[in-house]
Design a protein around this ligand. Sequence first.
Ligand code: ATP
Ligand code: MG
Ligand code: MG
Ligand code: MG
Length: 439
Amino acid sequence: MRLSRYFLPVLKETPAEAQIASHRLMLRAGMIKQASAGIYSWLPLGYKILKKIETIVHEEQVRAGHIPMLMPTLQSADLWKESGRYDAYGPEMLRIRDRQDRDMLYGPTNEEMITDIFRSYVRSYKDLPLTLYHIQWKFRDEIRPRFGVMRGREFLMKDGYNFDLTKEDALHAYNRHLVSYLRSYERMGLQAIPMRADSGPIGGDDTHEFLVLAETGESEVFYDAEITDLKFGDREIDYDSVEQCQGVLEEFTSRYARTDETHDEAVWADVPEDRRRVARGIEVGQIFYFGTKYSEAMNAVVQGPDGKQAPVHMGSHGIGVSRLLGAIIEANHDDKGIIWPEGVTPFHVGIVNIKSGDAEADAACEDLYKSFVKLGLEPLYDDRNERAGGKFATMDLIGLPWRVTVGPRGLKNGVVELTSRRTGESEELPPEEAVAKIA
Ligand code: ATP
Ligand code: MG
Ligand code: MG
Ligand code: MG
């Protein structure tokens, strides 16, 4: 992409309404524009990153054997009346009436709708296990939308639902989700720690939240410092293996890690004092096992091997796709701007021409551009007729991992400058070598 042809409305001023770094930076970098309280337009740069995050989530869900689909944003109130949540959900639910006077709502989550789909088609245990998911916009009329996309009212969520014959099978689905979530967050350059949590209005017995440690997080968390040493890394996992998935769960929940809702002073006292950490965290996902809560209320039953009808065991599992942009920026920025982890960066490399219009510099930039494209990388080429200082500031703000700076003086010596956004270190080297280093 050539910056002269892109739409990147960078702001010079720090927007007064933004209280935390990620919100400020997303506005300044021209990623989002508020449409109304807690509702945002995703401008091209923000949209590009949102799609990258969505792709990682899709890939990891499919790898775990979960099946993508899409349910609508608008739902009929009838199903929610059946489950009993139409009254229970409260003012966070946006209720709408259509012209036929039917009660509708903008879905805050989809347990009812997916259970209805399931019961409409599935009759036998032979069709299980089954895990369906979608990535769709949700609406929750949050009392205090704030921090930009972190607590929006309209937000993008991945929500998946497992249907199993037995509790054991459903717990295996739970564990599969835990593993796939660990992989997803790590691919985004994030450490998200599974913590014992409270089940809230969805209801259930087993639940973990995934938290990214950050001072601006809204949850208070208590953990054993040893938990932060655990990495999933690139280990192979067989998602069909009950033992392997259970093993990962046991490993990643082997140290004390809880949110304030489930914090227990008695158990906490057993953690060696020098390893106790009290901090703040951002909830970027949550997994639940809730048994037959919805299947009983909504009569989602299958015939078991014994010929008897039994309600299915279910769980629901969510990832805050749009919130993740905020969380990644909270964990990866400095006073100049964002520092994108490689896995989610909107462009792989920025090319800064410090003397646009100079024939040699222009030609060298074009060559670099083509070389990157040939390698399957996406460069962002700042070909605008602007001061070098302004171009550097923009690149630092939008946070691409690499910058190649091209100018007539360097070219005389056959070199360009390659700068790492994260370390700030620069080196001069021939253009081909700069390309090879990034590839
Ligand atoms: P929170 O405690 O932050 O209100 P939640 O527990 O109500 O979140 P869940 O029902 O667990 O949310 O939804 C799954 C995921 O969706 C959350 O882990 C979070 O990452 C994301 N999410 C929830 N509410 C919002 C929101 N208002 N804006 C952006 N993302 C959200
Ligand atoms: Mg909430
Ligand atoms: Mg929560
Ligand atoms: Mg939650």
